[in-house]
Design a protein around this ligand. Structure first.
Ligand code: SF4
Length: 227
């Protein structure tokens, strides 16, 4: 099986197991809240973010509120989030830019989003996909890195290089789902600390499966042209 076909099988099985309408678990009710929750999410668990956002969102409702906030007050609200001081500074600056350059609206391209202080590719991809249904790239988080490595879908460790590899082998219309499904697998049975291959829907085709005597069988699966 060629790599693209292997990727298709992986996608179909994961979609069958976890569904095709997965969404971020970050709590939000509108675009501003989504932006802020995703903006704060790097190097944090969703739970950490969800712990502080209800109170934050009660106090700060618009980008103007964040842009004009007293920095110490904003930091106090973000306490509990990793790197909260840096994130508070960047959130204030990013909100000011959204107000001044983008008319108070979250930009809809990865390039524009990445101009905002504190916004990297992963954050931009999640905002585009969750907020606008736009697939301009694939959000690669730590779960994706683990799972992609075990499935040998990419030999890279760098998220951007992994993203480029994933964009080549998965159809563009599914990029948002690809990210969410890899994350679901990574959270469910293929965690960085422990893999539970006996519970995994990919156990018979994954090159790293504990259920296969060696990786040879599945490596062969996508090294042959014909499959
Ligand atoms: S078979 Fe095992 S190593 Fe492969 S994706 Fe599933 S849990 Fe991870």
């Amino acid at each position: 099986m060629e790599k693209e076909r292997f990727a298709r099988v992986v996608f179909d099985r994961l979609a069958g197991r976890y569904g095709r309408s997965l969404h971020t678990e970050l709590l939000h009710k509108n675009m501003t809240e989504l932006f802020v929750a995703v903006f704060l999410s790097p190097q944090c668990t969703d739970k950490q973010i969800n712990n502080i956002t209800p109170e934050l969102f009660r106090k700060f409702r618009t980008f103007h509120d964040y842009a004009s906030a007293d920095l110490r007050t904003l930091m106090r609200h973000l306490n509990g989030v990793n790197y909260y001081k840096t994130k508070a500074r960047n959130l204030k600056k990013a909100s000011k830019m959204i107000e001044e350059r983008f008319g108070g609206n979250v930009p809809k391209t990865i390039e524009e989003l990445m101009e905002l202080p504190g916004v990297g590719r992963k954050v931009a991809n999640v905002i585009l996909n969750e907020g606008f249904g736009i697939n301009q790239g694939i959000a690669i988080d730590t779960h994706c890195i683990t799972v992609v490595g075990r499935l040998k879908l990419s030999r890279h460790k760098d998220p951007k290089k992994i993203e480029m590899d994933m964009m080549r082998i998965f159809p563009e219309g599914e990029w948002g789902n690809v990210s969410n499904l890899l994350i679901a697998l990574g959270r469910d049975v293929c965690t960085a600390r422990k893999k539970r291959c006996e519970k995994c829907v990919l156990a018979d085709i994954c090159p790293s499966s504990d259920l296969l005597k060696s990786g040879r069988k599945s490596v062969r699966i996508y090294s042959k042209k014909s499959g």
